[in-house]
Design a protein around this ligand. Structure first.
Ligand SMILES: C[S@@+](CC[C@H](N)C(=O)[O-])C[C@H]1O[C@@H](n2cnc3c(N)ncnc32)[C@H](O)[C@@H]1O
Length: 331
């Protein structure tokens, strides 16, 4: 972001954007007013979303997964952060299609993508349903702006994609919306992440209604020391240390058999384990469902150390005695 602090009018514009995102008046999209507003978003809220994408892409890379589709569609592109993060993470793509209800947003995203990836074929399409066929479909922070008809159009387009990477905010509501998408697409797709299994989502069991599938991305250390980011957090009342997200990565059925085998028997840690006296309370999701487990520091000292630092791998292969974790191996 750089260290020059925000001006008063910029802070007011950011506060107005945030209020609109939070109070639901952004429903329907198309609210972008100017290129300057998009640039401001891109350098602030958009960059924070970029850190979530970095977390997702780093996890996929660590598991040895990369998409095979050559054409990317960024649906609800806004300033285009998702497409640019994916293009920076992997090479070999032939084209990027930017789709949004806002022509201003598509133009902005197109010009940023061209600047950063001059050799790539970049285009905008307000209706990208055809472009989605056979593509790597990216969706980022869009679901809570969509009514049922718009969500239906997006899901129909998603059914034609080859692979899908979908990142949403880490709130209860947004995670639950994404779980609905998961259940709808499960017949045609296999899951790369976050699930380690293809059974019905365990969060849908009535006893788990209060839980949601969310994870935390790391804020880069430069940003934690940056005057502009601390001003951003302070003035807008945003906790800069916490970056919750929910996500879903899917591939067309039949394309991930080896990957599924590799994940068999693994569980994913949900949210942030609670540090209690002598142990951690861990919400764990696996094929058997969502379970409250307990990791005693004396049973699993290395895992406890990683949990304390917030650095434990989200995917683990537990050895257990009832609810007690007696051994943990990172996948
Ligand atoms: C919160 S912004 C997120 C932008 C970008 N994907 C990101 O992660 O930074 C939501 C974007 O979705 C767009 N949008 C909302 N409803 C849409 C729809 N039905 N079809 C396409 N785009 C939509 C809005 O115009 C806006 O640009």
């Amino acid at each position: 972001m750089g260290s020059v602090i925000f001006t008063k009018p910029e802070l007011a514009a950011l506060a107005a954007l945030r209020a609109r995102f939070l109070d639901g008046t952004s429903a329907g999209g198309g609210y972008w007013k100017s290129e300057a507003e998009l640039a401001l978003y891109d350098a602030s809220f958009g960059e924070r979303i970029g850190w979530k994408w970095d977390a997702v892409l780093a996890e996929l890379n660590a598991r040895g997964w990369r998409p095979s589709a050559k054409n990317i569609v960024d649906w609800g592109c806004g300033s285009g952060i998702a497409g640019r993060r994916v293009l920076a993470a992997w090479d070999g793509f032939a084209s990027l299609t930017l789709a949004d209800v806002s022509p201003l947003a598509m133009r902005f995203a197109e010009s940023r993508a061209r600047e950063n990836f001059p050799a790539l074929h970049v285009r905008s399409k307000s209706d990208a349903a055809d472009a989605a066929a056979g593509s790597l479909l990216l969706v980022s922070h869009v679901l809570n702006e969509m009514d049922d008809a718009a969500a239906h159009r997006l899901i129909s387009a998603a059914r034609r994609a080859e692979q899908i990477i979908w990142v949403e905010a880490g709130t209860h509501a947004d995670s639950r919306r994404l779980i609905t998408v998961r259940e709808k697409l499960l017949a045609e797709f296999e899951i790369i992440a976050p699930c380690t299994h293809a059974a019905r989502c365990g969060m849908l069991a009535p006893e788990n209604a209060a839980h949601w599938c969310h994870h935390f991305a790391r804020v880069p250390s430069e940003a934690s020391r940056d005057a502009r980011w601390s001003q951003f957090g302070r003035e807008l009342g945003i906790d800069m240390r916490s970056l919750p997200y929910s996500f879903l990565v899917l591939v067309r059925r039949g394309a991930a058999a080896d990957f599924e085998k590799q994940m068999q028997g693994c569980s994913r840690i949900i949210g942030r384990p609670r540090d209690e006296k002598g142990h951690f309370e861990v919400l764990s999701c696996g094929e058997a469902g969502v379970e409250d487990l307990m990791a005693q520091k004396r049973d699993v000292p290395e895992l406890s150390k990683q949990l304390r630092k917030g650095r434990a791998d989200a995917v683990q292969r537990w050895t257990r005695d009832g609810r007690r974790i007696t051994g943990a191996a990172e996948e």
